[in-house]
Write a protein that binds this ligand. Structure first.
Ligand code: CA2
Length: 148
C-alpha cells in the first residue's frame, strides 16, 4: 500500500499568490499542492494536502495523520508562533515531522523567531519558498528508505 504524507497548512495560506509576493512568492497554494503531488508521485508516496484557518481543525488533522501517515509536513503559518495545542498534538505522533515556512522567519519580526512547532519537528526548512515543501518530501522519503 502507498505510504501517505500529510501536508498541513495553517491560516491565510489560502491567500497565497494574491498579496505580498515579495515575501511569499507568486505561486498559489494550489500550485504548491500540484508540485507536492508530482514530487510525491516520483518518490512513490501519496499526499493528503490540506489548509485550514481554524486551529482545532489542524489539531484534528494531526491526530488523523498520527494513525494514517508516515510523515507530516506542516506550515502552521501564524499558529507556529502561538499554538501549544498544535505542539501537543504533534508530540503525540511517532512519524517524521518536518516544519516548513515559505519565508525566512528569522529575517522577519522577532515574534516570528519563536516556533512551538520546532519543538516537535525533526527538521525545519524556511526561506526557500515552495521548494521547501518538496525538499521536506525528499527528507521523509530518504528517512523511510534508510529505515530510521
Ligand atoms: O513563511 C511562512 O510560510 C509563514 O508560515 C507564513 C505565515 C506567517 O504568519 C509565518 O510567520 C511564516 C503567514 C501566511 C499568510 O500568507 C499570506 C499569503 C498571502 C497574503 C497574505 C497572507
Amino acid at each position: 500500500m502507498t505510504k501517505t504524507v500529510a501536508i498541513l497548512n495553517g491560516p491565510n495560506l489560502n491567500l497565497l499568490g494574491t498579496r505580498e509576493p515579495e515575501i511569499y512568492g507568486s505561486e498559489t497554494l494550489s500550485d504548491i499542492q500540484q508540485l507536492c503531488a508530482q514530487k510525491a508521485d516520483a518518490l512513490g508516496l501519496s499526499v493528503v494536502f490540506k489548509q485550514s484557518n481554524i486551529e482545532g481543525e489542524l489539531v484534528t488533522w494531526i491526530q488523523e495523520a498520527k494513525d494514517n501517515a508516515v510523515g507530516i509536513i506542516i506550515n502552521a503559518a501564524a499558529y507556529t508562533h502561538t499554538s501549544v495545542a498544535i505542539l501537543d498534538a504533534l508530540n503525540t505522533c511517532d512519524c517524521r515531522i518536518i516544519e516548513v515556512h515559505l519565508s525566512n522567519i528569522h529575517q522577519r519580526e522577532s515574534f516570528r523567531h519563536k516556533s512551538y512547532v520546532s519543538r516537535a519537528a525533526d527538521g525545519m526548512i524556511c526561506g526557500l519558498g515552495s521548494i521547501g515543501y518538496t525538499l521536506a518530501l525528499d527528507a521523509i522519503a530518504a528517512r523511510l528508505t534508510r529505515g530510521d
